[in-house]
Write a new protein. Structure first.
Length: 285
């Protein structure tokens, strides 16, 4: 059972559920009805469809995973789970997740979940072997969790929902470019055309890390000016954004694995703290 659980990438799923819950909370700010039961259905459905997507991704990339040191011990390339069983396990999770979102939340929420799965598996994943632009394409489904949560609470998507989407969309670039730089040799062995693979100097990778971190700062402040948060959030988001930018700028001057790791750690710290500020400084509190 532990091997099947590993297929679902539970640590990543926790981040996805955190973003979904924040979207749901902000959807209630916008006039959506607070329902604990709907929230639970949304989180369970999202967890199932995200877990299914992660497992299907590992099923699809099993040959590439076998060539990389960081992934060769995963359940499928290590032989702990057969590809056939992994596929049907992943498919069952995905279908259950879609059904849970459809009946437990609403149709829009379920369709957003389905779009996330389809775009991730059928567009982003195959593109990784062909183009470094896969990172940009992958950021589209990667930023969907807040929209799923928001739609579940409000029944529609407003400008506030798209602000949450934009924050997560931009956050992903320095996060994943840092990972790509740290494991560029692995990606090269597997034939995955990440930006640091096709440009070993890392100049473009480092430049994009700090540029996206810079653009993220003003976008992250928008909740203050759209009645989603107050001054505590404003100053906290600014401080977090500057910290994130600082780590990315340092990596641009010193393009080493330790600096890339610092960007990765900054990204992991940034997102939950930003979400925490949204919760603490919510309207009417």
């Amino acid at each position: 059972m532990s091997s099947y659980i590993e297929l679902t990438k539970p640590r990543i799923t926790v981040f996805i559920l955190m973003s979904t819950a924040i979207g749901f909370l902000c959807g209630t700010y916008a006039g959506g009805a607070w329902s604990f039961l709907t929230l639970i259905h949304t989180l369970v459905g999202t967890a199932l469809i995200a877990s299914g997507t992660a497992a299907l991704n590992q099923w699809y990339e099993r040959d590439a995973d076998a060539k990389m040191n960081r992934t060769k011990a995963r359940p499928i390339p290590s032989g702990r789970v057969t590809p056939r069983r992994a596929f049907w396990f992943a498919a069952a999770l995905s279908i259950l997740g879609f059904v849970e979102l459809w009946f437990g939340a609403n149709r829009l929420t379920a369709l957003l979940g389905l779009f996330t799965l389809a775009s991730y598996l059928f567009v982003y994943t195959p593109l990784k072997q062909k183009s470094p632009h896969s990172t940009t394409i992958g950021a589209v489904p990667g930023a969907m969790p807040p929209l799923i949560g928001y739609a579940a609470a409000a029944g529609a998507l407003s400008g506030q929902a798209w602000i949450l989407y934009a924050i997560l969309f931009l956050w992903q670039f320095p996060h994943f470019y840092a990972i790509a730089w740290m494991y560029r040799e692995d990606y090269e062995r597997a034939g995955i055309r990440m930006l640091p693979v096709i440009e070993p100097s890392g100049e473009s990778t480092a430049r994009r890390m700090w540029m996206f971190s810079l653009v993220l700062i003003p976008i992250s402040l928008l909740p203050k000016f759209t009645d989603m948060a107050g001054n505590l959030y404003l100053f906290g988001a600014l401080a977090l954004g500057l910290y994130f930018l600082y780590a990315a700028v340092r990596a641009s001057f010193d393009r080493t694995r330790p600096r890339a790791r610092q960007v990765l750690l900054a990204s992991v710290v940034y997102l939950p703290l930003l979400y925490g500020l949204l919760v603490l400084d919510r309207p009417g509190l």
